[in-house]
Design a protein around this ligand. Structure first.
Ligand code: NAG
Ligand code: NAG
Ligand code: NAG
Ligand code: NAG
Ligand code: NAG
Ligand code: NAG
Length: 190
């Protein structure tokens, strides 16, 4: 009796949020990092990993800002990345990459992308969604937003999931671009 009641209570918030999830995910979106020192750096792809900042400042051979399209719905939603053709008006070697966060057993805590030629069992590729404009992953029935960034060079920040061991700082991933592009580096705080 009481365990049925408890499990019902636990699943309710997600059921209630389900409708909002589906409405909240745009057909096409970019992701932008906000937080201390982060005023909306776009998420870009480089060498299979996700970064926040300026692709032009990356030492990767084919970095590019990612445009996402959702695939599936509700808690089985995955996000497929392709180059944002407005910003990436050069040829890159990647397309149709699947957004992935490391599972708790993964030793590499970077947020990454899978291609049709990579397989990685230590990642989670479903359960991404928005609450409002903020990106979340659904883990064990909970909405989690454990995005962290680590600066690796000027205007290049590696994106991590649930890891502060190297001094990563928390960021919010949001599908709204910054209203003032001058503020992306958080240099002009008001
Ligand atoms: C592509 O990038 C431009 C410039 O930042 C932005 O305005 C546009 O919304 C992006 N499009 C997508 C689908 O991400
Ligand atoms: C790119 O920069 C990162 C961080 O500074 C460094 O670890 C990596 O070796 C560099 N890669 C290349 C190809 O230069
Ligand atoms: C796109 O390419 C054109 C022509 O080569 C160039 O003038 C423009 O600056 C480029 N835009 C971006 C965002 O790189
Ligand atoms: C990407 O996926 C779409 C839909 O599955 C497919 O139509 C398209 O050909 C793929 N593109 C590449 C370059 O693999
Ligand atoms: C992966 O996709 C690329 C681009 O569409 C294609 O050339 C390649 O053959 C595909 N590889 C596999 C293993 O399907
Ligand atoms: C974060 O990592 C800790 C330690 O591995 C784990 O217990 C926790 O479930 C993780 N949280 C998320 C949201 O992945």
């Amino acid at each position: 009796m009481s365990s049925t009641k408890i499990s019902l209570l636990c699943t309710l918030p997600l059921l209630a949020l389900g409708a909002k999830f589906n409405r909240a995910t745009p057909d096409e979106f970019g992701l932008f990092g906000y937080g201390q020192g982060f005023g909306g750096f776009p998420l870009f792809y480089a060498d299979g990993y996700a970064y926040l900042g300026e692709p032009a400042s990356s030492n990767s051979s084919d970095p590019g800002v990612v445009t996402f399209t959702p695939s599936g719905s509700g808690t089985s939603q995955s996000w497929i990345g392709n180059p944002n053709t407005t910003l990436t008006n050069y040829t890159v070697s990647w397309s149709n990459v699947t957004f992935a966060i490391p599972s708790t057993s993964s030793s590499d805590k970077r947020v990454r992308f899978l291609t049709n030629e990579t397989s990685d069992l230590d990642v989670i590729t479903t359960g991404f969604n928005f609450y409002g404009a903020a990106a979340f992953a659904v883990e064990d029935g909970r909405l989690e937003s454990s995005w962290y960034a680590l600066q690796v060079s000027e205007r290049v920040n590696a994106l991590y999931w649930n890891d502060t061991s190297l001094g990563q700082v928390p960021v919010v991933l949001n599908h709204n671009p910054p209203s003032n592009p001058q503020d992306v580096a958080g240099l002009s705080e008001t």
